[in-house]
Design a protein around this ligand. Sequence first.
Ligand code: ZN
Length: 270
Amino acid sequence: MPELPEVETIARGLHALVQGRRIADARLLTPAVLRAGRTETLPGRTVTHVSRRAKLLRLHLDHGGCLVFHLKMTGRVWVAGPGLDLPKHTHLICGLDGGDRLVFEDTRRFGYCAVFEAGEMEEWDFFRSLGPEPLETCAEDLSRRIGVRRAGVKALLLNQTILAGVGNIYADESLFAARIHPASLAAAIPESKRLQLFEELRRILLEAIAAGGSTISDYRNAYGKSGIFQDSFQVYGKKGEPCPACGRPLQAEQVAGRTSTHCVRCQKLY
Ligand code: ZN
């Protein structure tokens, strides 16, 4: 699933492609992917900018409303030139002035879109439940948020109401960087180590954005290009490979319902 750096990369690419362009028409081919609103309200609107909140992609429109996408596992939003054949699992097509088309496709159909009029998105339960952005919140605040919880640190990192945008990749990478075992109880981790965790998380997220995100299976940015941060992974998906710090084979176990790759020698269990 695309996480914060991948959705950020897509948002920046889309912004360059669609900012200032008018939506000429909207065709919803799969009504089930629309979670809220009506695509009939889109024609005539101009895209003012594109942004990301958590793992949501938002196209802001000139009347104050927005078109939102959650890509989930295999969703993609991109701009197709005129005449290009669209893929089989295309669910929404927004014709843009000039003949290009904004395309939402999703082979597995876990992703969705939603149309909000001005002020409606802020009232959306899912949006209201989202925790703070890790790149816009200081490590002290994030450390406090998990330090008071009687729950596992990995579960809290993945919990979008605690902090937004982090998934399995960046949870495993930041826990390794801070040398914290993923099954640790958050409240048992010393504050200095919790601060280190969020400093490492922020560093890794920024590096991943700079690398255009990580390409796992079929992630592509708005230009159809893949990211390269997967080349910098220390532990994610590397079960059995030598730990980059000590050389002992990395282990994988289920933590918080997700495969968690870590080093039992380097990462302390609190
Ligand atoms: Zn190690």
